[in-house]
Design a protein around this ligand. Structure first.
Ligand code: SF4
Length: 258
């Protein structure tokens, strides 16, 4: 098994504590890895001491509870599915409905579930990864601020042309100074304060990038930062599941029987 693994599969963490942003959304977080995510994406709050729980303890919700309640599992909230990927896949097999998160363009997770790919993780303002083979992508997450719009536009055009839904994620910043103080305000978001995009700047960005609620969506709504009010991860997973679900379940049965 690659990387750090102190996992005892019998030690489930139940459903508490859940990522407070995701409570009540129908999606729960699972993170078998411990320690910081090695990808070190810029301004990721998971990796900079502002996570909601101890990163040195795995977070693995009880599969019985998850499956009986038809919940969807988001693998690697706080880490990357391509880090310790064999362990991640082993844990994912316990759940009926799973999607993976990664900022690396490696999407083969043994048909256990689709992938949410963050296309401009490490170099949010300078580089975006444009992948041609998109068949296992549930959605592409593109990180957005008021000064990287043209880069984001390239990503939006590339992925929507391939029929892959895009989730625009408004960046928030935990720095003393804000790069664009006219468009950002310092306020609490879920648990910690950040420089957050102002409502009027957000609306302008949405219009510039053609957010349509179909192929071009936003992470969070204008009114709320909570997943239960947004619902995009659940909706996009279910859209993917309605296209591929039967095949995926067959694959899982084979895995379990083998
Ligand atoms: S897209 Fe919506 S449901 Fe998914 S993580 Fe963002 S706020 Fe939560």
């Amino acid at each position: 098994m690659e990387g750090q693994s102190y996992l005892d599969l019998k030690q489930f963490s139940g459903w508490q504590p859940c990522n407070p942003k995701m409570v009540g959304s129908g999606v729960v977080a699972c993170r078998p890895q411990v320690g910081p995510c090695p990808n070190r994406c810029a301004d990721c709050f998971f990796g900079h001491g502002r996570y909601y729980e101890d990163i040195w303890t795995p977070h693995i919700p009880d599969p019985k509870w998850v499956n009986e309640n038809h919940l969807i599992v988001r693998m690697n909230d706080g880490n990357d599915s391509n880090y310790c990927r064999e362990m991640v896949m082993e844990v994912a097999k316990m759940y009926n409905r799973v999607f993976f998160n990664t900022s690396k363009p490696q999407f083969d997770f043994g048909n256990l579930g689709p992938v949410v790919f963050t296309a401009n993780g490490r170099n949010t303002d300078g580089d975006i990864v444009l992948v041609e083979s998109c068949s296992n992508l549930m959605t592409v997450r593109i990180r957005l601020n008021t000064w990287n719009v043209e880069l984001v536009r390239r990503g939006v055009e590339h992925y929507t042309a391939r029929d892959v839904p895009v989730l625009l994620t408004f960046m928030a910043y935990y720095a003393e100074k804000c790069y664009d103080p006219d468009s950002y305000e310092w306020k609490k978001r879920t648990k910690n304060p950040y420089w957050c995009v102002k409502p009027e700047a957000r609306i302008q960005l949405e219009e510039q990038l053609g957010v349509d609620g179909n192929l071009i969506r936003t992470c969070t709504t204008r009114e709320s930062h909570f997943c239960k009010d947004c619902g995009n991860c659940k909706l996009l997973y279910e859209r993917w599941e309605s296209k591929h679900g039967r095949w995926k379940i067959d694959q899982k049965s084979e895995v379990q029987e083998g």
